[in-house]
Design a binder for this molecule. Structure first.
Ligand SMILES: [Fe+2]
Length: 232
């Protein structure tokens, strides 16, 4: 791991919150892997799907997962900030309680774009979320077609990259986005306990190169004031 990067901004590590972890023991293993690679804080970002979840039901479920996990945490595990990976849909700005899906203690939201084509109305929804005062960080922009992402990045929002951004054909795009200052976060998007996935995240942090320090500072700034789950 690049020693300048100690934050994982995107992970699925809460037991039973989504398909990232099916049990407390899986979550603990995930946290052990993170610690092994030098991660000191992770944002837990279980999926929020607006077509199947409502905000309060989601938050209650997340709270239950947290209480199950909390009992098994030790000081050797990374601190955990609580967030969500919020899949955006048209008109979502009108959803009641949406702001509660920001990372707890901050006004920052990890927003996931759909894999289907993005309508103008959808981009207007994203714009409305930004205008409402939410600091929107678009999740893993490396996963989408370039032309679509360029439209999204015209909005006053920032972005997060997954490890896949730093390998193969995608590398030059990632460099351009880093140069532009749009990338403020990196994350493993860890699901399950396959350590190889974390090794590629570690490799990606090396590939951040001269941008590693700035990205880490941006993540810390976005998380300033965030409440953390941590046992000393
Ligand atoms: Fe994710």
């Amino acid at each position: 791991m690049n020693t300048n990067v100690t934050t994982d901004f995107h992970s699925h590590i809460l037991p039973g919150a989504d398909h990232g972890s099916s049990s407390v023991s899986t979550s603990i293993r995930q946290l052990e892997i993170m610690a092994k690679y030098g991660i000191k804080r992770a944002v837990a970002t279980p999926h929020f799907y607006p077509m199947r979840d409502n905000v309060d039901v989601f938050l209650r479920r997340r709270e239950k997962c947290v209480s199950d996990l909390k009992e098994k945490l030790t000081g050797g595990h990374p601190e955990i900030c609580l967030g969500a990976e919020v899949l955006v849909c048209e008109g979502m700005e009108a959803m009641e309680g949406l702001e509660k899906l920001t990372i707890v203690g901050t006004n920052c939201m990890l927003l996931e774009m759909p894999l289907t084509a993005w309508s103008q109305r959808l981009l207007e929804t994203v714009d409305a979320l930004v205008s409402s005062g939410i600091r929107v960080v678009a999740a893993h922009i490396d996963r989408y077609p370039q032309r679509e992402v360029e439209r999204l990045l015209e909005l006053p929002l920032k972005a997060q990259l997954n490890p896949g951004a730093f390998f193969g054909m995608k590398k030059s795009r990632a460099k351009r986005w880093l140069e532009s200052g749009k990338v403020v976060a990196v994350g493993s998007d860890l699901h399950g306990t396959d350590e190889k996935r974390y090794i590629s995240f570690a490799e990606a942090t090396y590939r951040l190169g001269e941008y590693a320090e700035a990205v880490e500072s941006s993540m810390l700034e976005l998380l300033s004031g965030a409440e953390t789950l941590h046992i000393d």
